[in-house]
Design a protein around this ligand. Structure first.
Ligand SMILES: Cc1cc2nc3c(=O)[nH]c(=O)nc-3n(C[C@H](O)[C@H](O)[C@H](O)COP(=O)(O)OP(=O)(O)OC[C@H]3O[C@@H](n4cnc5c(N)ncnc54)[C@H](O)[C@@H]3O)c2cc1C
Length: 456
């Protein structure tokens, strides 16, 4: 039976980030992912590397500070996958905050970043209308301006994975589901099934780590891991809109009447709009947006951008994900207020589970786990290794120049970036947000031609 020091179950950002950290520290690691890597929550976020300006309201300064440090780190380490951009927070006569309060908050945000953020500013109504021509002018007092990061969430997870896979004795399997675990005195026997071929295998691992995000509560009891539900799952959807549907020079942060936050983020050739926050009780694997949720976001946009031309056909595509928020002793009735801190559990001597947190802070979260596991395997943990740049970049970077797509590039992506299905290639390796049928315009290749490449 094959042996690994650590088996990681779940290949979202937390699984991929942990694999990288363990691999760089010389740990023999296998990651097992049921779908494609980063195909669930970690490709369905609002795609922001951010401190979370609204968590200042909860006086969560330590979380904001840590997230700002991480945001500024990744902006430096992976400029091909993320960039900084301005966010406008419009203020109306009915807004809950006076301009001086907003300015104090923005100053605190910059202060907590050790002034590494580009500096904030305050705009009057006229300047706000110039920056966001589509915004409702009625009762507009002005806006606060601050800076956060935009990231290709799926690709950053993938590049962490590729970096870890460059080390010896490290591997990762996609479209492979963990179906059974058996606790032994010296670790675990882990059985998994390749969902494309149907093949099954059993291996031995000293430690099993679950980074299964919102899937954790339903999965662990099935695998007979001692576990009580720890999640407050919260669904959020997003829309990609055509870039001409709203006129704005930067991102806009809307505070809705029900005190929710909706982001409008121009990115590349489209505008990302989100998100919602609703409880979930359905199967959440490959979850999608409902018409009711789409209508809700459209109604908010129509309210704040009354002169814009948003119609059903302004929507390029939609996506949804479930926040794996960790339950607290006295958790707030508002999902938006549930803490974004993460939690690490040790249900048995050789098993760890990590849930909660945010995408932005994944390196810190996984570091906490690696710091505990590595010495238990008799290796010395080196905390600075994850501060180095990622060594294997995607062939098609999201935010930097690259050659126009051609057949040779596609073949290279398929052979070096662990692509198994058409969707892996289109959605995550090429970051195409349009529907598959529009591929011909993007690459000059039909869907069938691309699928044939994958069969070879
Ligand atoms: C709507 C929304 C917006 C967000 N916006 C932001 C944002 O802008 N910035 C930010 O910092 N954070 C944001 N977040 C939070 C962030 O996306 C998550 O915290 C993060 O992606 C969670 O990653 P994960 O690896 O824990 O989970 P996931 O990415 O869900 O990974 C878990 C993986 O486990 C796999 N799995 C499940 N069962 C099995 C099994 N039996 N065998 C093998 N694999 C299995 C799943 O297929 C899945 O890929 C947002 C989240 C949501 C939902």
């Amino acid at each position: 039976m094959k042996h690994f020091d650590v088996v990681i179950v779940g290949g979202g950002i937390n699984g991929c980030g942990l694999l990288r950290d363990l691999a760089l520290n010389g740990v023999k690691t296998l990651l097992i992912e049921k779908g494609d890597f980063s195909s669930q929550t970690s490709q369905s976020s609002s795609k922001m590397l951010h401190g979370g300006i609204r968590y200042l309201e909860n006086l969560d300064f330590s979380l904001v500070k840590e997230a700002l440090e991480e945001k500024n780190l990744w902006l430096k380490l992976t400029p091909h996958l993320c960039f900084e951009r301005e966010f406008y927070l419009p203020l109306y006569r009915y807004s809950k905050y006076a301009p001086w309060m907003l300015e104090a908050g923005l100053f605190l945000y910059d202060f907590l970043s050790h002034f590494q953020n580009r500096p904030h500013g305050m705009l009057n109504a006229e300047e706000t209308l110039k920056a966001i021509p589509s915004i409702d002018p009625k009762g507009l007092k002005g806006a606060g301006k601050y800076y956060d990061g935009i990231v290709d969430d799926a690709k950053l997870s993938l590049e962490c994975l590729y970096d870890g896979l460059l080390e010896n004795d490290v591997d990762a399997l996609n479209y492979t589901e963990v179906i059974e675990t058996l606790k032994l005195d010296d670790g675990y026997q882990v059985s998994y099934k390749d969902l494309l071929s149907g093949n099954q295998e059993t291996i031995h691992a000293t430690f099993v780590v679950f980074t299964t995000g919102p899937f954790t509560d339903s999965l662990l009891p099935k695998l007979k891991i001692p576990w009580k539900p720890q999640l407050v799952p919260s669904k959020g959807i997003h829309l990609w809109l055509k870039h001409d549907s709203i006129q704005t020079t930067g991102s806009v942060v809307l505070t809705t009447k029900d005190n929710r936050v909706v982001f409008v983020i121009p990115q590349r050739h489209a505008i990302l709009v989100g998100t919602t926050e609703t409880p979930v009780d359905q199967d959440i694997f490959n979850i999608s947006a409902t018409q009711k949720e789409v209508d809700y976001l459209i109604s908010i946009l129509k309210q704040y951008f009354p002169n814009s031309n948003i119609k059903e056909d302004s929507i390029i595509s939609t996506f949804a994900g479930v926040r794996p928020l960790a339950k607290e002793e006295s958790h707030s009735s508002s999902l938006g207020k549930v803490s974004r801190h993460h939690k690490i559990y040790r249900p048995t001597s050789h098993c760890y589970v990590m849930i909660g947190g945010k995408y932005t802070t994944f390196r810190k979260m996984t570091q906490e786990l690696a710091r505990e596991i590595v010495p238990r395997l008799n290796y010395r943990y080196k905390p600075n290794l994850t501060l180095n740049p990622l060594r294997q970049h995607s062939i098609v970077p999201t935010f930097s120049e690259h050659d126009p797509l051609n057949l040779k590039m596609l073949q290279k992506i398929i052979s070096t970036e662990r692509v198994k299905t058409f969707d892996d290639l289109i959605s995550r390796r090429l970051s195409i947000i349009e529907k598959a049928e529009s591929l011909k315009d993007v690459m000059g290749l039909s869907v069938d031609q691309v699928k044939n490449l994958l069969k070879r």
